[in-house]
Structures are given as C-alpha cells and as structure tokens.
Design a protein around this ligand. Structure first.
Ligand code: NAP
Length: 241
C-alpha cells in the first residue's frame, strides 16, 4: 500500500490529483487550508465509491503546521511514498506595484511550502530508500510571465529546487520532478474574462484550455515511471514548445 500527501487538495488541480491517486488504491492525506467545506465534500464523494481519504488542515507556508501534517501521516501510516507539492497562490500585478509583503507572501506560500514539505518528508523517504516528490510549478517559471514577476520567480525557484534535489536524492532512490502546467481551468484563473480566455485558447496549438484532470494524468504517469527524475514536465497543450 502506497501513501501520498497532496497539499492544497480540496479544489482545482489538487482535487483532481487526489481523486486520481485515491482511485488507484493509494492512501491519500489531502491537505487544505481554507477550503474545509470542499475538503469534506471530496471526502464524502469518494466515500460513496468505497474510498477513504484523510483530510488535514494545515497552512503549509508554516513549518510547524507542516510538521503536524507529516506527524499525522506517519502516526497513521508509518511511511510516506509520494508527496505532491501542489499548494500555491498567484498574483497578477505590475512589477512596480509589488510590495515587500506581496513578495514575501508569494515566496512563503509557493517556495517555503515546498522547502518545508520536502525537508520534513525526505527524512522518512530516506529510511525506506525510495520516494517520489512532485512539485507543481508553472509554464511561467519556464518562460516568465508579464505582470507575474513574483509568481514566475517563485515557480522558477521550485524548478531549481527540483533539479538540485533530484541530483542529491537520486542515489537514495528518491525521484523529484516538477509538473509545470499551462492554462488550466480552476479558481486561479477566474479573473480572466471570456474574451481573454478565448484569445489564450487561440494561441494554444491544441486549441483548448487544460482541465485539472490533464495535469493529474501527467502525474499518474510520473508516479508509475521509475527512470525520470529532475525533469520539468509541462502539460500545456503546446502553448510553450
Ligand atoms: P486553486 O484552485 O486556487 O488551488 C490552490 C490551492 O492551493 C488551494 O486548494 C489552496 O488551499 C492551496 N493553498 C494555497 N496556499 C496554501 C497554504 N499556505 N497551505 C495549504 N494550502 C494552500 O488553483 P489551482 O489552479 O488548482 O492551483 C494548484 C497549483 O497549480 C498551484 O501551485 C498553481 O500555482 C499551479 N498552477 C496552476 C495553473 C492554472 O492555470 N490553474 C497553471 C500552472 C500552475 P485552500 O483553498 O484550502 O486554502
């Protein structure tokens, strides 16, 4: 039996990943911060299919809360095989308008969270001499996005962590990869108008905006694979080639 933790699992991409993992028979500890109602709904929905998941509230931008999430998982399952660092925030604003507070909030939620989650988990993965860490970054971390300087910097930092950690942990049997989605229809993109979404769609070779399930499929392949590490894999419909 494999055990996975998914951060930010109550909605959007994290929710699709949780459903995919749980339906494969993997024990999932689904983390949420504010979306308690959606987390309970997800747990109840899966229960109807005879699948149990754990839900656990934690703000993963704080190490103490991450420690509680990991302690809960270890106490209950005694190991962690898979960590999906999915929790994240975005902010669309001019570079000149980014305050120190905005910048620190971006780094705390998108970068520190991955650092804390990975560091607190790896000690258990090292004992098992195996593990799989998948960090959700973004195409903007690869190409840079206008009016998304802080977000792009945070996602590039995640990709840098992925590559370095893959080298350091490869000899210990632990794989670390990034999945860098393009435009995926979730609450994160609710600020875009219909016209803006249409324009984006017209620039994507596959002519469609992605679904959370498209990212989950990519992750399903990555967790089954045994020879891929340190890679940035980008389900983006060909938007960035
Ligand atoms: P979303 O629906 O807004 O989900 C973001 C999730 O992150 C929420 O479930 C939220 O939890 C969680 N979260 C944020 N800060 C957290 C914290 N400190 N502790 C715990 N959970 C936290 O957006 P999404 O599109 O599914 O985003 C998921 C990931 O994909 C993010 O890392 C995002 O940057 C990345 N991504 C998205 C797109 C896209 O087009 N949608 C593209 C590329 C990359 P609560 O709601 O419980 O607070």
């Amino acid at each position: 039996m494999k055990v996975a933790i998914v951060t930010g699992a109550a909605k959007g991409i994290g929710r699709a990943i949780t459903i995919m993992l749980a339906k494969k028979g993997i024990k999932v500890v689904a983390n949420y911060k504010n979306s308690q109602k959606q987390a309970v709904e997800l747990q109840e929905q899966l229960k109807k299919d005879g699948i149990d998941i754990d839900i656990f509230k934690a703000d993963v931008s704080h190490r103490e809360e991450v420690k509680k999430l990991i302690e809960y998982t270890i106490k209950k399952y005694n190991k962690i095989d898979i960590v999906i660092n999915n929790a994240g925030i975005s902010q669309y604003q001019l570079f000149t308008e980014i305050t120190d507070e905005d910048w620190e909030k971006m780094m705390a939620n998108n970068v520190n969270s991955v650092f804390y989650m990975s560091q607190e988990t790896v000690k258990y993965m090292l004992q098992e001499h195996q593990g799989c860490i998948i960090n959700i970054s973004s195409i903007w971390g690869i190409t840079g996005g206008s009016c998304e300087v802080a977000y792009s910097a945070a996602k590039s930092a995640i990709d840098g962590m992925t590559k370095a950690l893959a080298k350091e942990l490869g000899p210990s049997g632990i794989r670390v990869n990034s999945v860098a989605p393009g435009m995926i229809m979730t609450d994160m993109n609710q600020g875009f108008s219909k016209e803006e979404l249409e324009e984006i769609k017209n620039n994507i070779p596959l002519e469609k905006i992605g679904r959370p399930e498209d990212v989950a499929k990519c992750i399903e392949w990555l967790i089954e694979d045994e020879y891929t590490t340190g890679q940035i894999i980008s389900p983006n419909g060909g938007w960035v080639i």
